[in-house]
Ligand binder design. Structure first.
Ligand code: COA
Length: 208
């Protein structure tokens, strides 16, 4: 059995990735919203929240955390699931492309038409959205989110928990700091300090 933990938009993306692979494995959602318990989303049961999850047979069920909004929360939930004793699985779309020399960690979500180039390192609980291009030798640290249609050039490092918005371009060899945010459509031409939000072309820190 596969369990998608969080039944929001990212959870539905993961379900679609699994269904498009046409495996006949049982798939259910878990979600901590009590109103969702016992409902069905895109034809799959929501078993309930963390306590119901913990009751499942750890040897029989793999879990993926599909929490979209905040990368830190995704990492916390990932740790919690692992501490419960579950194996984490990754959801790699059949229509994505991963170089043979790239490495993909546990709990990674790779959506349709995403590309991961040679020598890239994709760490645990990273999300790479549709048609994003992650070039050769890029490192995406734990919990990074890369939005749809984003281009990350060769040799870039994106720090833990950082978020790169839809359609952004990051030039080669720069570093995006831990917890930084790159706005949609930005063109990043130089390194971004940790916990800093940048927008625009070329990208610069947002006025607080
Ligand atoms: C960068 C971002 C996180 C900032 O969000 P925020 O802190 O709520 O900022 P605000 O919307 O209050 O905007 C603050 C200012 O920055 C500007 N701004 C915000 N995002 C911008 C962007 N992507 N490009 C250029 N300017 C932007 C706003 O126009 C505003 O300018 P003003 O003060 O002159 O009016 C957000 O706008 C963004 O781009 N998110 C990415 C969304 C995305 O890609 N989602 C993918 C999901 S699949």
């Amino acid at each position: 059995m596969k369990v998608i933990y969080c039944a929001g938009e990212l959870g539905r993306v993961v379900l679609d990735i699994l269904q498009r692979r046409r495996t006949d494995e049982d798939v259910v959602f878990a979600d901590d919203d009590p109103e969702l318990k016992g409902t069905s989303i895109d034809g799959r049961d929501v078993i309930g929240g963390v306590s119901e999850l913990d009751r499942l047979d750890k040897a029989e069920a793999g879990v993926i955390v599909a929490f979209a909004d905040r990368q830190t929360v995704r990492l916390e939930l990932t740790d919690a699931v692992r501490e419960m004793g579950f194996d984490l699985f990754s959801a790699v779309d059949a229509d994505s492309s991963v170089a043979t020399t790239a490495t993909i960690g546990d709990g990674v979500i790779l959506n349709a038409q995403a590309y991961v180039g040679p020598g890239a390192t994709i760490s645990e609980a990273v999300v790479i959205d549709s048609a994003a291009s992650v070039s050769h030798d890029v490192t995406l640290e734990e919990g990074v989110t890369v939005g749809p249609n984003t281009t990350i050039a060769g040799g870039v490092t994106v720090g833990r928990d950082a978020f790169v918005g839809a359609g952004a371009t990051v030039r080669d060899d720069v570093t995006i700091g831990t917890g930084a945010v790159v706005g949609a459509g930005a063109v990043v031409t130089s390194s971004v300090p940790p916990e800093t939000t940048v927008v625009g072309v070329p990208a610069s820190p947002i006025d607080e």
